[in-house]
Design a protein around this ligand. Structure first.
Ligand code: CDT
Length: 370
């Protein structure tokens, strides 16, 4: 005789992997905001995070300065927004050092987005990237760097003089570091490691090592292709900072639904949440998504909506303002096992023989006309 299965059927054994994490949303940073003022605001948010026992803080994309790719710039006017590494060590970047020093003092991990001036050859040629680094408080060093892969907007400015430009293709090269996940040492207590004899990918160590983390920057979050490589590395937490315009008809396009700044902003907030909730669910990972927001220079609106999303795609906590605001949550990375072992058990359900177009083709090729 059939019976309805009880609540213990299919129960996934989840080890507790709790950690308190924070997103440091920033309000507007204007062209004339002094660097020191922006830095003090960022440090204050880190102090608040420490008071709330956070072990990881996430800042927005290009956090320390105004979202300059909307402006047409060259020479020193452009270069002032870029950080130039000393000895290949981001913790020594002169403008950003106070953040690393404070994180070191608190033994706090940190995702920090900034515009990177990188020297690529012995001849001193330099290139620019839109970059985020992950500083580990336990290791006291930057343990991973990510360079934004999907650069939105145009190389040339729009013809209309009053259009809001998004000149990231002009100012940055596409990231060249791929989507490499990494482990954050000591971020949750009691993780197994090689010293204790555990082996990666052994059945009894899955989901028990130091947390597996991936980084994205802004537009990357809209592309499932950015998340899946992290899912395939077992990521439990994806970090993403953003500067998302709330009203830029040339860039985003308009229709009846988005014909006013208010409607366009509502749609931009909806799309932000749509991508981060769906992709967190489909890769069974948490995500921390953090905005720079509000109206920069009195006329360029950016959306807020910073949020921490769980591995079931649910929003755990969401910012309520368009200003400096810390969002904090205790998350349990052990919850990721259910999605990874059942609905999104990739090893059992993926069909790579049918995915060729995803890596073999960039643009759309429609079927022949009838
Ligand atoms: N900074 C950044 O990448 N902004 C883009 C704007 C494009 S809007 C569809 C973003 O994806 O939010």
């Amino acid at each position: 005789m059939g019976s309805i299965q009880g609540p213990s059927a299919g129960h996934t054994a989840e080890s507790s992997r709790k950690v308190i994490v924070a997103g440091a949303q920033l309000g507007p940073i204007n062209v004339d905001t002094p660097r020191e003022e922006g830095m003090n605001r960022m440090l204050k948010l880190m102090d608040d995070a420490h008071q709330k026992h956070a072990k990881l803080i996430v800042y927005p994309e290009i956090a320390p300065v105004t979202f300059f790719p909307r402006h047409i710039l060259e020479g020193d006017e452009l270069e002032q927004y870029f950080e130039q590494e000393v000895d290949g060590d981001a913790t020594k970047l002169p403008n950003l050092k106070p953040l690393f020093d404070r994180a070191r003092q608190y033994k706090m991990d940190m995702y920090l987005g900034y515009a990177e001036h990188a020297t690529e050859s012995s001849e001193g040629n330099h290139v620019h990237y839109n970059t985020a680094v992950y500083y580990s408080g336990a290791a006291d060093k930057v343990i991973s760097k990510y360079r934004k892969v999907h650069l939105p907007g145009t190389f040339e400015p729009y013809e209309r003089k009053d259009a809001t430009n998004q000149l990231e293709k002009r100012y940055f090269l596409p990231g060249n570091l791929g989507f490499e996940a990494f482990r954050a040492p000591g971020l949750v207590p009691g993780a197994v490691n090689q010293k204790s004899g555990a082996k990666a990918n052994a059945p009894d160590s899955l989901g028990k090592g130091d947390p597996i983390i991936g980084m994205l920057i802004c537009n990357d979050r809209r592309w499932p292709e950015s998340w899946r490589p992290y899912g395939l590395q077992g990521a439990e937490l994806v970090l993403c900072g953003y500067n998302t315009t709330a009203w830029a008809p040339e860039l985003i396009g308009t229709n009846e639904k988005t014909s006013t700044p208010e409607k366009a902003k509502a749609e931009a907030l909806f799309h932000n949440k749509l991508c981060i909730t769906y992709n967190s669910y489909a890769n069974a990972c948490f995500s921390i998504n953090v905005a720079k927001c509000g109206v920069e220079d009195g006329k360029y609106p950016l959306i807020g909506g910073s949020c921490i999303v769980d591995c079931d795609g649910e929003v755990v906590v969401e910012a309520q303002t368009e200003d400096d605001e810390l969002i904090v949550a205790e998350i349990d990375l052990g919850m990721c096992r259910r999605g990874k072992e059942k609905v999104f058990a990739f090893e059992r359900h993926r069909r790579t023989e049918h995915y060729g177009r995803i890596v073999g083709q960039t643009g759309v090729v429609e079927p022949d006309l009838l």
